[in-house]
Write a protein that binds this ligand. Structure first.
Ligand code: F6R
Length: 364
């Protein structure tokens, strides 16, 4: 049932404030303002290194979590495409945790990676949406993301609920290792509790995004840029746009612009910059100046401080409320998804069932 939405994808975008609140309530003790994971069959304090493996959107959720795990738990993390991880014969030494992330829990390469990690003596934790899935059954432990059924082929609410679950896990490991003070944990948990409200605010940008999407719908190629945790979000934005609008898009880390993709910039190439104000925002401003100097059109997704500092020509701004950096990838997902959605609707594609794609990829 799509409710009063035209597509399942729209319904699933709009239900995110509610479903992510549910996910957080499962992994947080709201009154104590602490993270409260279920008991796991291994000791989080003992984890020496982490490998994350997944495909597509789930991989990008893992790539965001890599930043959190390294920041909060000071544990080395490598994030890998499941189809590469399984065949590369990565050496996995004792003391390692492998996190597999999958909406369906049936993705063939992700399942094969899980089995490889187990053979190598790793503890395997599955972050899945379907709790009865093969991946959930074969893992040593499961953290369900509790997004509810996702019907649209393009993943939306599963991505943000994967992020919510992985954010809680990152804080739990940091705490277990004695690296997060109680005050830090309370502060992070309070920030997590604000996410549903911030997402509701972000959804209000929809009419503005619909107008901007008319420019994107005319483009042949679109570039997405982000730094830090917004870099994987740039990759996710480009993937989402390709999948449902069939417009070619690529995501890059802002710092890589000069190392190649800048050669593509001209007046026909829109650039979506995902950049809340942060300590390296001036670097993002110089990226935008480089794009503007070549006639590129910029869509900047930022906050009021970022908007005030981005004195660059030809920038259209989507302004979100100010928020702690840790929650940005969850909240900024909303405009990123809406950009792809509105562009696809303008293009007249089959948003919920894009050509050549399947919801669950059980063959290699
Ligand atoms: C993106 C998308 C795919 C899946 C990928 C992994 O919108 O739908 O990239 O994310 O096929 O699927 P799961 O998460 O089921 O393992």
């Amino acid at each position: 049932d799509k409710g009063n939405h035209r597509h399942f994808m729209a319904k699933e975008i709009y239900e995110q404030p509610e479903v992510i609140a549910h996910t957080f309530s499962h992994y947080l003790d709201l009154s104590a303002e602490t993270v409260a994971l279920p008991d796991l069959p291994f000791d989080l304090a003992e984890i020496q290194h982490i490998s994350i493996t997944a495909c597509g959107t789930a991989l990008y959720a893992g790539a965001v979590a890599e930043y959190w795990l390294e920041r909060f738990a000071r544990v080395p993390v490598s994030t890998d495409i499941a189809s590469e991880f399984r065949y590369r014969e990565t050496p996995l030494t004792p003391g390692g945790l492998t996190i597999v992330i999958s909406q369906s829990g049936e993705t063939a390469d992700t399942l094969a990676s899980l089995r490889y990690a187990k053979e190598c003596g790793q503890k395997v934790l599955a972050v899945v949406n379907v709790p009865t899935s093969t991946i959930a059954r074969e893992a040593d432990a499961v953290l369900p993301i509790l997004a509810g059924p996702e019907i649209g082929v393009a993943s939306t609410k599963a991505f943000t609920c994967q992020l919510a679950t992985l954010a809680c896990l990152s804080v739990a490991i940091g705490r277990a290792k004695g690296l997060l003070s109680q005050e830090d944990e309370h502060r992070l948990v309070r920030a997590f509790m604000e996410v549903p409200r911030l997402m509701t605010e972000a959804l209000k940008l929809s009419p503005e995004i619909e107008v901007l999407s008319r420019t994107l719908a005319k483009a042949r190629d679109v570039l997405y840029l982000g730094r830090g945790t917004n870099f994987p979000l740039a990759l996710e934005g480009a993937l989402k746009l390709k999948e449902i609008s069939y417009i070619h898009a690529e995501g890059y880390a802002g710092g890589e612009l000069k190392h190649g993709p800048i050669a593509l910039i001209d007046e026909t190439m829109p650039v979506v910059v995902i950049a809340p104000h942060d300590r390296i925002f001036d670097k993002t401003v110089s990226n935008m100046e480089e794009v503007a100097a070549r006639g590129g059109k910029i869509i900047l997704v930022t906050d009021p401080k970022g908007a005030a500092q981005a004195h660059v020509d030809a920038v259209q701004k989507l302004i979100l409320p100010e928020m702690p950096a840790t929650v940005c990838p969850m909240v900024y997902s909303i405009p990123v998804q809406l950009i792809a959605y509105h562009t696809a609707v303008i293009m007249g594609t089959d948003v919920d069932q894009p050509r050549n794609l399947a919801k669950s990829v059980t063959v290699e």
